[in-house]
Design a protein around this ligand. Structure first.
Ligand SMILES: *[C@@H]1O[C@H](CO)[C@@H](O)[C@H](O)[C@H]1NC(C)=O
Length: 540
């Protein structure tokens, strides 16, 4: 609000009020003075009673309503007394000050609604008070003030808001900004809550003390195919995402269609039943590993820039891979490695090394365990690998002498389907999905993982930490219940914030288009879903 006058000094009406309330000179009852009131042509004092007094002298300049019970002040409440210069409502009850409650009172200079139990006030309650100098809403029950309440009060020179149980949350942020922008004397009072601001004088708060940004994932697009792995990558600064479509027998690359303002997912490789299409930018081109349940797995490379054809480089693993289930890659000691978890009864999870024109077997990990997932990470500054299987506890390997050596297993969790890690403030956390049991978050304690949080889950095959639009989340996919979005708290604690209705989710992956951020949710049984990440300012 611009143009507020900076005039200071005590309100000149205090004396006037003392006279008025002292009851001395008034008491002279005129005709046209309602019961319970003392009037003279210019002033009236009404004590007790309910509602607004009717039939007051029309040229009234001051009106005091003491110990009156009034439910609502609404538009036109003071229509019959347009010459009021001072209005005092005190020591009674006034539930709501509604829209335009004082409209028409263009001469009003002093408005005191104090000690009066006021619980709510409309954003436009003070509309039309063109000459108001002094406003007091002190000692009421106001927990907040609606945005824009003081708009148009260009002549205000003093404001008193003391004694209200203000909740200093996002809804009150505008008051704090406004107080910082005006120069008039104000008594804004103190915060009654929330706990972190309790007792703090409003004038000591800054707009930045309010955490008002909230994020949400909103349904954006549904792609008409089911999918398993959705894996993000970045090439030349551009984010991309590869999708495995087992029922279409294809790997697809998610693309933003500028004209349509939507995504599409053209096939890049035809196969039989890919469970993973693992993208890996290598030496300036995009390599893609297609892991399939049948028909053999293979490695492909894009022949040129975006949009160009993928050419087949090699069959992966020969006879070694029988039933690949998950693929991951990492750069270790100057080389790129690919890990493939094999879930067949007699299969062996295998580590491959990039040799320039293909991946070549480097190390057989433990055999015979129906492995479901592997995750590369760093523990204590050196490379490690967590291998999960449906029949044994997850095994933690550490990199040593050019190969992975078993280091420890993760206790108390015999049935981990997948493990995904995130780092926070120097700590390494693992999110463990268990198909029937609750999901768990564990933290590396130097020599082993220890549980820090358990999250209820039923039929979960994905528990994925990720960042969308600069915010960190962990998403828990559920087959028999809605999936959950957790915000990652500062200490690594997960706070539930939203549910997603995507059916049978198998992976969650972020992708950005310019300043727009999206989350792709692959679905084993239904359509692949894309959500848009939106940020809402709760203080706006
Ligand atoms: C995949 O197969 C379809 C149908 O045969 C064909 O039209 C399409 O060009 C193929 N895509 C690629 C990338 O080879």
């Amino acid at each position: 609000m611009g143009g507020v006058r900076g005039r200071r000094g005590p309100p000149p009406l205090v004396l006037a009020l003392l006279v008025l309330l002292g009851g001395g000179p008034i008491g002279q009852t005129h005709c046209g003075c309602p019961g319970g009131c003392d009037c003279d042509p210019e002033s009236a004092l009404c004590r007790g009673g309910a509602g607004l007094p009717r039939g007051l002298p029309p040229r009234l300049a001051t009106l005091s309503l003491v110990r009156r019970h009034i439910e609502v002040l609404g538009e036109g409440s003071f229509r019959d007394t347009p010459a009021l210069q001072l209005l005092l409502i005190t020591a009674g009850h006034l539930g709501t000050i509604g829209d335009g409650a004082f409209s028409g009172l263009v001469l009003l200079e002093y408005l005191f609604i104090e000690d009066n139990d006021v619980g709510s006030i409309a954003p436009t309650a003070l509309r039309g008070l063109r000459g108001l100098l002094y406003l007091s809403l002190a000692n009421n029950r106001l927990e907040t003030l609606p945005k824009g309440l003081f708009q148009g009060l260009e002549t205000l020179t003093q404001l008193d808001l003391r004694g209200n149980p203000f909740q200093c949350n996002c809804r009150l942020r505008w008051v704090v900004s406004w107080l910082g922008s005006v120069t008039i004397p104000t008594e804004p009072g103190r915060c009654h809550g929330p706990p972190q601001h309790q007792g703090t004088p409003l004038e000591q708060l800054q707009p930045r003390d309010f955490q008002c940004l909230s994020s949400e994932l909103r349904p954006f697009q549904s792609l008409p195919f089911s999918s398993l792995a959705a894996e993000p990558f970045a090439m030349g600064g551009h984010p991309g995402l590869a999708l495995a479509q087992p029922f279409n027998g294809a790997c697809a690359l998610l693309e933003w269609d500028q004209l349509a303002g939507r995504f599409r997912a053209p096939t890049i490789i035809n196969g039989t039943a890919p469970v993973a299409c693992h993208p890996l930018p290598l030496g300036g081109s995009l390599v893609l590993v297609m892991a399939q349940l049948s028909g053999g797995s293979s490695v492909w490379r894009r022949s040129g820039g975006p949009g160009s054809r993928f050419v087949r480089l090699q069959a992966l693993g020969g006879g070694r891979l029988r039933r690949p289930h998950a693929v991951a890659s990492a750069r270790l000691g100057g080389h790129w490695y690919l890990g493939v978890a094999d879930s067949s009864k007699g299969g062996t999870s295998t580590l491959f090394r990039w040799g320039g024109r293909g991946f070549y077997p480097h190390q057989a990990l433990r055999p015979w365990h129906r492995d479901t997932h592997l995750e590369f990470l760093e523990l204590g500054g050196s490379p490690a690998l967590v291998l999960c299987s449906g029949t044994r506890r997850p095994l933690v390997y550490r990199w040593s002498g050019g190969a992975f050596a078993p280091h420890t297993d993760i206790p108390h969790v015999p049935d981990v389907y997948a493990a995904k890690h995130f780092r926070l403030r120097g700590h390494v956390f693992l999110c463990l999905t268990r198909f029937l049991g609750d999901a768990k978050v564990m933290r590396w304690e130097g020599s082993m993982f220890r549980e820090v949080q358990q999250v209820p889950a039923r039929g979960s095959m994905v528990f994925q930490p990720l960042a969308v639009g600069g915010q960190r989340y962990v998403l828990l996919g559920n087959d028999y219940a809605p999936s959950r979005v957790y915000r990652l708290g500062p200490g690594g604690h997960l706070e539930p914030i939203q549910e997603l209705l995507a059916p049978s989710p198998r992976s969650f992956a972020p992708i950005s288009v310019g300043h727009r951020h999206f989350l792709v949710v692959s679905s084993f049984k239904g359509a692949t879903q894309i959500y848009r990440h939106v940020t809402i300012d709760l203080g706006a």
